[in-house]
Design a protein around this ligand. Structure first.
Ligand code: BGC
Length: 861
């Protein structure tokens, strides 16, 4: 059997996704544009909530939208699929297409014409709070997955909306930061997924990012939007702003923003009417936006059929099955000492399922990407369903931060005060003068965590007509007026002296002081949850939180907890673990600790490292399952875990799928779509990922250039803990017969790579064969190897499959900034067949006889 992969720029027909196509019965768009008044046109280019504006006079319906990207979020509940990072870990573009198809179907069942996904910003560091939505660190892997996803969505008559264009690689200061990225890195690393989405999948819509890139907001960035996206790549769809990412009507209009979301706060009749009359914005510019919006409707048939289709059940049985496949293929087995896994269901008598992520199931992380599912199968439920005869015990293992917050008691004074925390309100963050007001709170917390979004609220909002929901949303997006700040002060007396973990959950700017010393400075808010270690004696200690700026996302919420090292773990959990044949220990993040609007820390949330250490100390057969949008700091505990699984955010069927994998009913086939650092210092963006000076805009210089992830670690000779492309299986594979031959005449590729993969073990399994290309002579600094092809190959025991994949000019090229185009220099190149970026199985060499160039905008460029 032959397995073939596609090649860069190979345009495919994607049904309604084909640009320029028009659905039957679609109106004549040019005629419609001519029939519209200027005011109607200006109404159309400012949205209304999660929809475009209807123009009843001309029978132009509203086109509705829904987030995206891991499920069709509104109205909830909805099927939650494996998150983007898990999907990327499957290295299976067909699975991406299958999930896309279900998402398109789910969107239709909810009457949405635009799905606000996929999210494709490159994974630069594990801290980015939205990594879970995105597709990993490699542009080739990401582009294959995005193309599949978009083709699936668009096959259902729904437009995908690829986001966030461009340079949104952290949630830290996302609305105020300027991503300073050199042209070559943009072209080689940060733009290719968008480029493939436009050129190959004919994506219908592109969403801006919030940040500035190279000095300009992306809603008004003529170079990247007009020149690159629209002219060079030929994007003919709708470029919409992110929600509240527009800042200037005329600049945005002229920089070719087509649609301001969620409403026309800037691009509206009042601002653009006079601008058109004064010639500051041409009528042709406005007409182009209107034409794009209407043409998209015509292309997908939204004029004839724009209502929810009640015949499509919102509870999606087929979607559940695809969600399960996503979790099965996306989970990555990273460690399996002495073949502890798979567990033998016939022999295991007692399994302890422990940890904060063991129950309830955590399908997705937080923010607009959070999907409230109909059901979410936890590991506890999955394992209990499987082991009907055996004993399955459960303990959360450590208390929730909410409970901890309640257990911590404070006094208003070091001695002789009353119970509680003194809250003082000041006019500004200098905290000078007498407080404007004072009150006492009993707990060090305010508000409730709501990063996951309130399903009821989303449902209510969705049921309202756009004219009503639009203003509510616009209001929510406006930063709350900053009229005052609060200072919370309480005295905490430890029950015993020792090291304590202090944790703060807060989306706003703050400083945390213990005994007047700054312990956490989050004036520029970084992570949604931060922790620090402090050594305290048993006397009263002054704990103070100074609020310095409003929450960046969601409602105001904060919580401070204090816990002494050695007291985290529930003794019952240890007892259960000590009696079990094996422990499945589920740790990681969830919607309130990993979310849009904030970053997260590299370390696991408070108490979890101690949990792993103490549980594995009483039961050596401990299998750690990590839920996270990327790598976490595993070095403090990895030695102790016999097995380690990256489950990412596996979607609503996660617990069921992981159970199949744990017991060998299915085989692991996921591979890392990221490099997993041993220490965060090894990440190539370390040291300049955050910028600490409060200035506007906050400049984030992408100093590592094209050397991100494995590209950077290899050039610096730093070994990752687990390399990009790595993942274990219950079977073994052998590669052979690597050949690199010139491609057939007339083909768009240069070479055809072929090889055999054989399953040499006793179980069926899928391997992911990877092809890396490296330039031997380097006129410009280039990574040692870059992924240019891969194939997921399913094999029965003993079976061999022959794989072929093409390499084209882009597979060899770098972006030549001076020459303004792609350039593959004459000379030698290595072609490596690998099982990961660090594990090369076979190597060939080719020599390009002459330098090949492709100008941007040319086919293939
Ligand atoms: C997010 C987008 C999302 C939009 C609508 C924004 O805050 O950045 O990704 O699609 O909200 O919910």
């Amino acid at each position: 059997m032959l397995v073939a992969a596609t090649c860069w720029g190979a345009a495919r027909d994607s049904g309604p996704g084909t640009a320029g196509a028009t659905a039957a019965n679609a109106p004549d768009v040019a005629q419609l544009v001519r029939a519209m008044t200027l005011d109607e046109k200006l109404d159309l280019i400012g949205g209304t909530g999660f929809a475009t504006r209807a123009i009843p006079r001309l029978s132009i319906p509203a086109f509705k939208m829904s987030d995206g990207p891991v499920g069709v979020r509104s109205p909830p509940p909805s099927t939650a699929y494996a998150a983007g990072i898990a999907l990327a870990a499957s290295w299976n573009p067909q699975l991406a297409q299958d999930i896309g198809t279900q998402l398109g179907r789910d969107a239709r069942s909810r009457g949405a014409q635009f799905l606000l996904g996929p999210g494709v910003n490159i994974y630069r560091a594990p801290m980015n709070g939205r990594n879970f939505e995105y597709l990993g660190e490699d542009p080739w892997l990401g582009s294959r997955m995005a193309v599949g996803y978009i083709e699936g969505v668009q096959s259902q008559g729904v437009s995908a909306t690829i986001k966030h264009f461009a340079g949104n690689n952290s949630e830290f200061a996302r609305r105020t930061s300027d991503s300073v990225i050199d042209e070559r890195s943009l072209r080689e690393i940060y733009l290719p997924i968008f480029e493939s989405a436009v050129k190959e999948a004919h994506v219908g819509a592109v969403m801006s990012s919030y940040n500035l890139t190279n000095g300009l907001y992306m809603s008004a960035n003529p170079y990247l939007v007009d020149t690159v996206l629209k002219r060079q790549w030929g994007f003919d769809g709708v470029f919409m702003s992110d929600w509240g990412a527009t800042h200037d009507a005329i600049a945005a209009a002229n920089a070719r923003l087509d649609l301001e979301m969620p409403t026309g706060v800037f691009m509206n009749r009042t601002t653009l009417g006079p601008a058109v009359r004064d010639g500051k914005v041409s009528l042709a510019t406005i007409d182009d936006k209107v034409r794009r919006i209407l043409a998209l409707g015509a292309r997908f048939g939204w004029f004839a059929d724009n209502a929810a289709d009640p015949a499509i059940s919102r509870y999606n049985q087929a979607g559940r099955e695809v969600a399960r496949r996503g979790a099965l293929q996306g989970s990555v087995l990273l460690k399996n000492d002495n073949a502890l896994l798979p567990l033998d269901a016939k022999r295991v008598k007692n399994v302890a399922v422990i940890g904060p992520l063991a129950y309830p199931g955590v399908a997705t992380a937080g923010g607009s990407g959070h999907v409230p599912p109909f059901t979410s199968v936890s590991l506890l439920e999955g394992i209990s369903n499987k082991l009907r005869e055996a004993t399955v015990t459960y303990s959360r293992g450590i208390p929730t931060l909410r409970v901890l917050g309640m257990l911590n008691t404070y006094s208003t004074e070091a001695s002789g005060g009353s119970p509680g925390i003194r809250v003082e309100t000041f006019a500004d963050a200098s905290f000078s003068g007498a407080p404007l007001a004072t009150r006492i709170e009993r707990q060090f917390t305010t508000g409730t965590a709501s990063f996951g979004g309130d399903p009821e609220f989303i449902a209510v909002l969705d049921s309202l007509p756009p004219a009503q929901s639009g203003p509510i949303l616009a209001n929510l997006l406006r930063a709350p007026p900053k009229t005052s700040v609060e200072r919370w002060t309480g005295w905490y007396t430890p029950t015993a002296a020792g090291e304590h973990t202090i944790s703060v959950q807060d989306g706003a700017g703050y400083r945390l002081l213990v005994d007047d010393k700054v312990i956490i400075d989050s004036s520029l808010p970084k992570a949604a949850l931060r922790q620090a270690r402090v050594s305290l004696d048993a006397s009263p200690h002054k704990v103070r939180l100074e609020q310095t700026s409003p929450a960046a996302f969601g409602q105001p919420f904060w919580r401070v907890t204090l816990t002494r090292t050695g007291t985290w773990v529930d003794p019952l959990a240890k007892q259960l673990a000590s009696r079990a044949d094996a422990v499945v220990l589920a740790v990681g993040f969830e919607a309130d600790t990993e979310t849009e609007g904030a970053d997260r820390e590299f370390a696991l949330p408070p108490g979890q490292e101690e949990l792993i250490r103490e549980i594995s100390a009483v039961n050596p057969n401990t299998i750690v399952v990590v839920t996270a949008g990327g790598s976490v700091d595993a070095s403090p505990w990895l030695e102790r875990a016999r097995a380690l699984i990256a489950a990412w955010y596996p979607g609503q069927e996660g617990g069921a799928a992981l159970t199949e994998l744990l017991f060998g009913d299915a085989n692991f086939s996921g591979r890392l779509p990221i490099s997993w650092e041993r220490r965060i210092e090894d990440n190539p963006s370390f040291g300049h990922y955050y910028y600490n000076e409060p200035q506007h805009p906050i400049q984030i210089a992408y100093r590592e250039g094209v050397f991100i992830g494995y590209r950077g670690m290899q050039s610096a000779d730093r070994r990752p803990l687990f390399p990009f492309g790595f993942g274990l299986s219950y079977t073994s594979f052998r590669y052979g017969n690597l050949k690199v031959e010139p491609a057939a005449r007339g083909s768009s590729s240069l070479y055809t790579v072929s090889f055999d993969v054989t399953n040499t073990g006793a179980r069926a399994g899928a391997d992911v064969a990877q092809i890396y290309v490296g330039a031997v002579e380097q006129p410009v600094p280039r990574p040692k190897r870059e992924l240019k092809g891969f194939a997921r190959v399913e094999l029965e025991p003993g079976e061999t499959k022959h794989v072929t994949m093409p390499l084209d000019v882009r597979s060899f090229a770098y972006f030549d900034v001076k020459g303004k185009g792609w350039r593959a220099d004459v000379g030698r190149y290595t072609i490596e067949l690998a099982r990961s970026s660090e594990s090369i199985e076979a190597r060939a060499e080719v020599k390009l006889p002459r330098t090949l160039k492709i100008a941007v905008g040319e086919s293939g460029g």
